[in-house]
Ligand binder design. Structure first.
Ligand SMILES: NC(=O)C1=CN([C@@H]2O[C@H](COP(=O)(O)OP(=O)(O)OC[C@H]3O[C@@H](n4cnc5c(N)ncnc54)[C@H](OP(=O)(O)O)[C@@H]3O)[C@@H](O)[C@H]2O)C=CC1
Ligand SMILES: O=C(O)[C@@H]1CCC=N1
Length: 264
């Protein structure tokens, strides 16, 4: 697979890191105005770092656009004449619909919207995929690539916005929960580094329990909550203070915002 990534900022460089770790390409072009985020990869085999988007597109079969929504239109237009019906164009731009990409490069081109998260850099992304009509038979190819970098789910394009909130923004939401737990642990007397390790491993254990047992979270909660014990005391206080409610409200606020961004 000859792959190009146009835009190597937070997400583009994370995808590059994951692809390089898996060596899942025959060539990889990393193109950006400023390539500092991928400079560390310059000596990797079959990796070319460039400022030349045209060279990257011409040298690749799969082109991943990892640009801010405000830049992607202009960049797509600048390379549209080079994109053929055998290219597979992938875009991670939040709120930027397939129809807008089709307006730039044509609906006869293979287009797949990809919504990963930054855990892609360590092969643990939850990546949602949606393809245009032309690219329905390329979705397996996209799954092959992104399954090496975590887990994939194919969803209708209408759900990509919601998936962005849950999976891409979700990384930030979970980070804040870990951070808050750490702050609580420091208040209970642990050193900051100890508090961080306790919070992190417990979070990892909780996610792993669900993944490996297949059980519902409430079943796992039932196993921890001794009657009249400290867990239920804390859990109920968190709920009185609106833990679940504030998470759900935050998710809805993010969703409203991403839908506003889509209209701009
Ligand atoms: N961060 C995340 O977790 C996620 C982000 N996304 C989406 O991914 C996209 C990228 O986000 P993110 O990586 O955070 O953004 P960044 O701004 O970090 O990266 C975009 C990169 O593209 C570069 N760029 C701008 N114009 C051009 C051009 N003409 N040619 C080549 N490169 C160019 C930018 O350079 P410069 O800075 O100089 O302009 C920058 O390095 C966004 O659309 C975002 O919505 C999706 C899922 C998760
Ligand atoms: O915050 C944002 O708007 C982008 C989309 C999801 C992650 N980052």
């Amino acid at each position: 697979m000859r792959i190009a990534i146009i835009g190597t900022g937070n997400l583009g460089s994370s995808i590059a890191k994951g692809l390089i770790a898996n060596k899942s390409f025959t060539s990889l072009y990393l193109s950006d105005k400023n390539t500092s985020a991928v400079k560390a990869f310059e000596n990797e085999n079959y990796v070319t770092i460039t400022n030349d988007n045209v060279l990257a597109v011409e040298s690749s079969d799969i082109v991943i656009f990892a640009l801010q929504p405000r830049h992607i239109d202009k960049v797509l237009e600048s390379v549209s004449s080079l994109i053929t019906s055998s290219h597979v164009v992938m875009s991670v731009a939040a709120g930027f619909e397939i129809s807008k990409i089709e307006n730039s490069i044509g609906s006869d081109k293979n287009i797949i919207r990809v919504m990963p998260n930054t855990a892609i850099s360590i092969g643990k992304s939850m990546t949602c995929l949606a393809a245009n009509d032309k690219a329905q038979d390329k979705i397996e190819l996209a799954k092959d690539i992104f399954n090496q970098l975590g887990t994939t789910m194919v969803i209708p394009e209408e759900q990509i916005q919601a998936a962005t909130v849950i999976c891409a923004s979700g990384i930030a939401f979970w980070m804040r929960l870990v951070r808050a737990t750490t702050q609580g642990a420091i208040q209970l007397g642990f050193e900051a580094h100890e508090a961080h390790e306790l919070a992190l491993q417990t979070c990892y254990g909780a996610a792993s329990l669900l993944k490996e047992s297949g059980r519902h979270p409430e079943e796992e909660i039932d196993r921890v909550t001794t009657p009249s014990g400290c867990t239920i005391e804390g859990l109920n206080e968190m709920e009185h203070q609106g833990l679940s409610s504030s998470l759900i409200k935050g998710i809805n606020a993010s969703f409203e915002k991403i839908n506003q961004l889509k209209k701009n």
